[in-house]
Design a protein around this ligand. Sequence first.
Ligand code: SAM
Length: 513
Amino acid sequence: MMSIRWKPWPKKNACCPGPWKKTGCCYSNTIRDTLPDAPGKTPKVFFWRNKLNYNMSRNRLNDLDSKTYMKFLKSWFPFETGAEASFISFFTKTLDETNHPTRIGYYPDSPVLKRAIETTGRQPVSLPDQSDEQLHYALIDLRGKEPSFFGEGDLDAIFHNLFSRLKHRAYVTLWMNCGTDMAAHRCAWDVARQTTRWFEMKDEKIGCAGMTDNDQPYLGAQGGQLVYAFNFRHTLSAPKAPASLTPPPHYPEHQWDTRLRMPLWFVLKPPPRKEKVKLHPAKYPEVLVERFIKNFSRPDDVVFDPMSGTGSTQIAAVGCHRRGYGLELNETFADIARLRLEQHNVQHVAAAVYTADAGHLEQVKGLPLRFDYVITSPPYWDMLNMKGAETQKSRKEKGLPVNYSDSETDLGNCPDYATFLQRLLRIYHKVIQRLRPGGYMTVIVKNIKKKGVIYPFAWDIVDGLSDVLEPVGINFWLQDDIRLAPYGYGNAWVSNTFHQYILTFHKPGKREV
Ligand SMILES: C[S@@+](CC[C@H](N)C(=O)[O-])C[C@H]1O[C@@H](n2cnc3c(N)ncnc32)[C@H](O)[C@@H]1O
């Protein structure tokens, strides 16, 4: 099997010996020196080479230089004029095998889309049309469509048409826009799920409308509108179900209470992690948690996290004068959490992290019987057990743990996604029993991408809790402090997922004063 080695950037002007000299260092220095990004600093990019002297200029997907290519891999981007052209240029080459312009399907028949395609030198094809000419990509702009549109048959006709004409392994992008209304997001997710009957979902990108860098220390740019860009690939040999879209169910329109409103998306550049907490592979920053704790609880309230890791929730809670409680299965992480609380010299307010399986929280002595606010982040299924991921390798080299534990009760060790989701939801339901009526719960989570398959973990959590909680809020934490890696370079769209869903739920009832 071909082995792939990951190498950090060589130092500026340094040249590596041997056969890599021409393609490796020189190329990577060029990217590192010039790669711009918005907003924030130039990201560091990992450059990969393998024993076959992989050449960065070999690119079967498009005609882009590596700098432009790498920029597109980030899973969030400023949504502005010209976004159409950047998608078209990423997902297609200018000319097909016969040296004719590639053909791009588009919907709706708008002059803006048509012009955008023409400016890239490709041929626009308004969908659906009667021709049977092959298409190389399709951009379907569904911004502003009402849920009822998805039952009217227009999109069915387009998908039928595309299914027979789109080149095998070519891409389709659906654009859908959303604001702070949770129902609109759920509608978009539903349409994306239904589209998987025709095409395989490969990734999502978050387009941030009106992005400017307002240069706050931790919270950078922020805004109240976004565009989902769901990216699909034509790999199925036949549609999996009768190809007919149904309008998404009527989701209740829970508008944010203005008092609690947070920006829909924000860019976070947290301070670097301290030595001890680096032991944990997936910690969230206290500056983020503090914002939510302040929004959704009052001084002296009980804030709870059933999977506390190194105690970020409790540290943030006591910093906001709330009582901070939590459970953590892994003894080492729980010890670090307790040590951190000790170092914070918490005397003014109660706080504790117990080493325990959250699946049996009723057996934990000392845990309050009522929680006022819950904020938590689940394991990313068994992704930490996946060998070969770049972070795994670099953590191993530094002697840091690569997974949470080997325990069977650790949700990060569940063998299949369905069991994992079911067990997590069971734990959450137990936690919710102790959440007081009128209380809020926030879950910070990413959709999972494993071996080329997307598991819509964030969306499944919303569906799985909707029987007992009202999903009232959604925010996107856009990460701007992680290095880009060229997954799938030159062959396939594999984004660097640098966005996390922050989902907030409300337990029906009123808070007693
Ligand atoms: C994403 S991490 C949480 C990180 C934490 N928010 C922080 O900032 O440090 C998920 C945690 O869940 C823990 N965990 C997994 N299964 C558990 C279970 N059954 N009960 C309690 N904790 C569990 C893991 O050990 C891991 O530390």
